[in-house]
Design a protein around this ligand. Sequence first.
Ligand code: 13P
Ligand code: SF4
Length: 305
Amino acid sequence: MKIREMQDEILRLKKENDICILAHSYQAHEIVEIADFTGDSYALSKLAATVPNKTVLMCGVRFMAETVKMLSPEKKVILSSPIAGCPMAEQMDKELISIAKEKYSDYTVVAYINTTAELKTVCDVCVTSSSAVKIVRALDSKNILFIPDCNLGAYIASQLPEKNIKLLNGGCPVHAAVTKKQALKAKELHPDAKLLVHPECRPEVTELADYIGSTSGIMEFAKASEDKEFIIGTENSIAEHLQYECPDKKFYVLTKSLICENMKSTTLADVLACVKGEGGEEIEMSDELIASARKCIDKMIELGG
Ligand code: 13P
Ligand code: SF4
């Protein structure tokens, strides 16, 4: 089957079966084309509670599908690729955080949304990369324990010197693998390009950037900018999407290795199987887990606006 035929079949079946397709912006272009909504983690979380359809198909990674389920427990939520986890979300478990909470007993525990539902049960509030600074600033507490991404945490700390932010040693293996040398090389190859970097990259990389922001922040910045050339320091699909949207500008990847295999494990064939009711994995969570884990997501939406 050709790509166009598969897409037409997906569009027909999702309508017939009352399915809403949500795609994170790291998905491939052909998936973004058939999605009802595409966005960053924050936009998708907010949308999750409002979509009218009976079934939501999440083309992204597991914690994103879990977030949809928590915010809309009455809906059938399907993760497009059962193997699509986020390695960072699995890095820390409840026991580790419980020990840290004993040590930092008067700290507010702020979790990046890239965490398991289980871990969210022991945290006070979630953030995404686009909402983190705003939410942490709005917290009454000066003392913050931020988990699991120490690079995003260091970025938040640099923006909020009035807060006392403790970090643990976690992070995104894809973004954290980008080196200063690679960033300098990309700047040397494209001297007229602005460098736009996700805060999951290491501080030695973000400090070379002209702009630091979430996936949607990077896209908005590039689209609105008067500049014509950009080096994209996040998952390489963002450079591809931007090139489609802004054909008069040039987008370069920071390094060819900036690819999230988990995000990319969803194929158009997977999406087709899911809308036929044959593929993916239905997200199952107990009522207790949902009630306990969603508190910090509700708080994120309350403070994030
Ligand atoms: P955003 O919050 O920018 O969507 O990023 C999610 C993610 O997984 C980045 O690696
Ligand atoms: Fe997780 Fe990193 Fe992939 Fe984002 S890019 S989903 S943080 S592994």
